[in-house]
Ligand binder design. Structure first.
Ligand SMILES: NC(=O)c1ccc[n+]([C@@H]2O[C@H](COP(=O)([O-])OP(=O)(O)OC[C@H]3O[C@@H](n4cnc5c(N)ncnc54)[C@H](O)[C@@H]3O)[C@@H](O)[C@H]2O)c1
Length: 721
């Protein structure tokens, strides 16, 4: 056996006439495509071509195959021409692999994503391990781009157009068995056999594949492709999809490739990638991706030795506690759920059972996994069974005495090392900690509703929280598949505090006579997942009234709430849950505007005159610029560490349009000069309180401090999603 190295990343070994092309990151991380590794690969392919081996196996390391391209490389590209060039270089490289005369095999273990899968697609055979770390996919769409190294051309020929589009438009990742089912790979083998089986595969020569007749019709005939196109276009134009250029571009380039015949249309892919990579959307999505990677590393940054939570007690089985406990059980944590109400407990267990049965039906899990998850969640009406708990998380009603009592009881039963977490939305942790032994282990862990779906968790630091406790709480959140953002304690924490002026302006606009539909439509046209008045119905006007009260008390000069919040609550117009709020609801579906809510507005004297009638731009800026100013206030007060984490929290917490990068990035793209000017105009026209927001922006604009402007360093190693 002889070995040849092409630098730090790529080596070639001869195993009895079969060449092994080994790809490994010198620092032990996942292999990624960057300037150095691509250059080495080019040299290695020249060597392979000149040696004329009897077979080629491309293999990664114990850790993984290829995680994709280094996203910093994409971030650095600022024009269409260089991005298209980058794509052509990939085409040339993988084209040479595809043209090798010998049989070629990708031996895949761990991530095989983006450019990694595109490399594998250029080979004859793909063999993958059964290990759970093995994941195959083209996640480019999530970064606002398309698979630009041949993916749009090769994937539909291998798995058929419908499967290929499904994978590329969702950016989904398949494990080995799903990849086998979709014919993306040829064999699934145990990890220990990977290399042997890959070498053995060489003896099978070149493959001959045939897709089923219906898939051939849909992929390789004009009529079939027309059917697929119309179906996909319908889904792309719905909801927030309309703000993204990548999905229609992926569809277009893929169809062009199939229409062009066997050679495909790689040039269309290069041009498509050029356009998308140079766009602001792509840069914003990449920055958010880098921020999300940072969030996942929060625990390690605070205390790298923070252990994982294995046993948890969740007190309170309501909307939040039931959801959090279910996520814990799904993620392998033995969880005891405690509530005074046996009915709440049985609802909670039923909620998990329903979700798990759905996954079972969709074959996302196996029957034994269903059973194991259900067994991990136990329910009790007694505050007992705490022995050995790593964390006690309370999610009982928002009442200080109740929460203090629960922590007092818990503290007397658990060891000093047990983490104590509160899911409070508004109560001060310092007060909650009074009299608590070892108050340094108390941390706020603020999940969003519904906990099963919402990706953000605010990790709240108060004056006594230790880094060790914060790190363990952040690790717990990350282990639950969430993105923990560190937030210093203040009323509303970060997300609800910034949301408060947004909701306040929405109600003010309503009082001034702007219609419900118009207010909500301006917000959704901006890219929010739902309008602010619809959001109030979802949150519940009772919850909103109490949160707004807390915010009004903390910041009376700018957040004193309208009396309409209390009036809606008192009238029982709570929103979705009472099937009657600003809108009416039938069978859980939103209907028209609720006349009773509008009558309440008139009859209780909440209507007010306004000197001007706001157009769409005024409505949008009245809703969103005060939110931007509040975000800057939070940065200034050190509530959140950086602009990037603030943007991430607002995108993940309230669905601020990700293509705009978050409120801070959006405001900076408009220019702070313009934002300040607009706030001044709006203050004179509608609401004098907006002058305060203008002053905040002015202070940021004229300030020399750049501490809060820290963003992710371009040199930081980063991987594809
Ligand atoms: N609902 C939301 O959208 C949301 C979002 C984030 C945070 N929160 C916070 O989460 C917490 C819980 O909110 P929720 O909406 O789930 O409330 P909820 O009213 O749905 O549930 C509270 C549960 O606590 C139980 N409970 C009351 N006293 C108890 C005791 N002494 N021992 C054990 N259980 C007891 C109740 O029986 C009830 O099942 C609150 O602090 C709230 O501010 C709520």
């Amino acid at each position: 056996m002889s070995g040849e190295s092409f630098g730090d990343w790529v080596t070639l070994e001869d195993q009895g006439g079969v060449l092994l092309l080994r790809l490994a990151d010198p620092s032990g991380n996942y292999f990624v495509f960057n300037a150095a590794s691509v250059e080495e690969l080019e040299k290695a392919i020249s060597a392979i071509e000149s040696r004329g081996p009897k077979g080629l196996v491309v293999i990664g390391t114990e850790r993984g195959f290829i995680a994709g391209a280094d996203v910093n490389m994409l971030l650095a590209v600022d024009n269409e021409k260089s991005a298209a060039e980058m794509s052509r270089r990939g085409h040339a490289l993988f084209g040479r692999l595809a043209r090798l005369a010998c049989p070629t095999v990708a031996a895949i273990h761990g991530p095989c994503l983006g450019g990694g899968l595109e490399l594998a697609l250029s080979l004859d055979w793909r063999i993958a391990t059964k290990a759970k770390e093995t994941k195959l996919g083209l996640p480019e769409v999530r970064l606002g781009i398309l698979p630009g190294w041949g993916g749009t051309q090769r994937l539909p020929r291998l798995v058929g157009l419908p499967n290929a589009l499904d994978m590329m438009l969702k950016g989904s990742q398949l494990d080995g068995s799903r990849a086998l089912k979709r014919k993306l790979i040829d064999r699934l083998v145990p990890k220990e056999w990977l290399l042997d089986k890959a070498i053995e595969q060489v003896s099978r020569g070149k493959p001959r594949r045939k897709l089923p007749p219906i898939v051939r019709f849909l992929s390789f005939t004009g009529i079939g492709r027309g059917i697929v196109r119309r179906k996909v276009e319908k889904t792309l134009s719905a909801g927030q999809g309309r703000f993204f250029a990548a999905p229609p571009q992926i569809l277009d380039v893929t169809l062009r490739g199939l229409a062009a015949g066997p050679a495909g249309d790689f040039e269309a892919e290069a041009i498509g990638l050029g356009k998308l990579t140079a766009s602001a959307t792509c840069k914003n999505l990449i920055r958010l991706f880098l921020e999300s990677e940072k969030a996942r590393k929060l625990s390690r940054d605070l205390d790298p030795s923070a252990p994982a939570v294995q046993r948890a007690v969740v007190v309170g089985a309501g909307v939040m506690g039931a959801g959090i406990a279910g996520v814990m059980a799904k993620r392998g944590i033995h969880t005891r759920l405690v509530d005074l109400s046996a009915e709440a407990l049985s609802r909670a267990v039923g909620r998990l059972g329903k979700a798990m049965r759905k996954s079972l039906k969709r074959r996302q899990i196996k029957p034994h996994e269903y059973q194991a998850t259900m067994d991990r969640l136990t329910a009790s009406t007694k505050l007992a069974g705490f022995t050995g708990a790593d964390v006690v998380l309370e999610a009982v009603a928002e009442n200080m005495d109740l929460k203090r009592k629960i922590f007092g009881d818990a503290a007397s039963r658990v060891s000093h090392g047990t983490l104590l977490c509160t899911n409070t939305s508004s109560l001060p942790l310092s007060e909650m900690a009074e009299g608590l032994p070892h108050p340094d282990r108390l941390v706020g862990l603020h999940f969003f509703n519904p906990p099963e779906k919402m990706p953000l968790v605010e990790v709240i630091r108060y004056e006594h929280s230790s880094d060790t406790a914060l790190a363990r709480a952040a690790r717990l959140a990350a282990d639950l598949g969430k993105f923990p953002v560190l937030v210093r304690e203040c009323a509303g924490f970060l997300v609800n505090r910034c949301l408060s002026p947004y909701l306040g302006q929405a109600v003010l606009l309503l009082e001034e006579g702007v219609t419900v539909e118009r207010i909500d439509e301006v917000a959704t046209d901006f890219g929010m997942p739902m309008g602010p008045l619809h959001l109030l119905d979802v949150v519940g006007w009772d919850v909103a009234a109490s949160v707004c009260r807390v915010m009004g008390d903390a910041f009376p000069e700018r957040m004193e709430p309208s009396g309409y919040f209390d009036a809606m609550r008192d009238a029982g117009l709570l929103g979705e849950k009472s099937r009657s709020g600003i809108y009416r609801y039938e069978k859980g579906k939103k209907q028209g505007v609720n006349g009773t809510a509008l009558a309440l507005l008139r009859d209780k004297g909440f209507t007010r005159s306004s000197a001007a009638t706001p157009d769409a731009a005024d409505i949008r800026d009245r809703l969103l610029l005060p939110l931007v100013a509040e975000a800057y206030r939070c940065l200034d007060e050190g509530i959140v560490d950086s602009e990037g984490q603030c943007d991430l929290a607002m995108v993940m917490g309230i669905g601020f349009p990700p293509h705009l990068g978050g409120p801070i990035t959006w405001a900076q793209a408009r220019s702070l000069d313009e934002v300040e000017g607009r706030l001044q105009i709006l203050s004179g026209r509608y609401d004098q309180r907006l002058a305060q927001a203008a002053r905040v922006i002015e202070a940021v604009r004229t300030s020399d401090t750049t501490a809060s402007k820290e963003s992710v360093s371009a040199s930081e190693p980063a991987r594809h999603a």
